[in-house]
Design a protein around this ligand. Structure first.
Ligand code: 5GP
Ligand code: ZN
Length: 147
């Protein structure tokens, strides 16, 4: 994960300024709700960010329409990456909050071409609790699902 953190206030953040054209970006695609451009860091060649055009900080701040649009754009970008770079793997990564690994606080999803032993990683500390604990978590979440 990058260690740069964008401290800009809402509406003046780096990605809002890319959306408005105030600062340059290598743009791949845009539609009414989303924009896709090359990540400046390029963990692998072809690494693209898909961002909401509207300033929203996390997944929870998106409208359902924006959520759907982001995933549709991510799929289009993934198809283009497949045609041009033909990587054997592809990872979607979407970070929320500093603890979730987010460093630019304007919603975006990474579309990352992947290769064997490319050094990209996310630790995954499995806890493997008993089934009863899983059932308890599921029941609690079912109870909190909105309509
Ligand atoms: P996050 O850590 O929030 O999931 O990802 C933020 C990403 O934004 C990083 O991968 C970083 O390389 C990228 N980024 C930061 N500033 C800029 C910029 O000014 N232009 C572009 N194209 N990417 C940026
Ligand atoms: Zn913004």
């Amino acid at each position: 994960m990058p260690n740069f953190v964008d401290p800009s206030p809402p509406g003046q953040c780096i990605f809002c300024r890319i959306v408005s054209g105030e600062i340059p970006a290598a743009k791949v695609y845009e539609d009414a709700l989303t924009i896709a451009f090359m990540d400046i860091g390029q963990v692998n060649p072809g690494h693209v960010l898909v961002a909401s055009k509207r300033h929203a900080v996390t997944l929870l701040d998106l409208t359902t329409e924006e959520c759907a649009a982001v995933m549709q754009t991510a799929q289009r970008i993934a198809q283009a990456i497949g045609r041009e770079f033909d990587p054997p793997g592809l990872t979607l990564l979407q970070a929320n909050g500093p603890e979730g690994g987010q460093t630019v606080f304007h919603f975006h999803m990474h579309v990352v071409p992947r290769y064997a032993e490319d050094g990209v990683g996310l630790l995954w500390p499995r806890k493997e609790p008993p089934v009863a604990v899983l059932q308890d978590y599921a029941a609690r979440l079912r109870d909190k699902l909105g309509t």
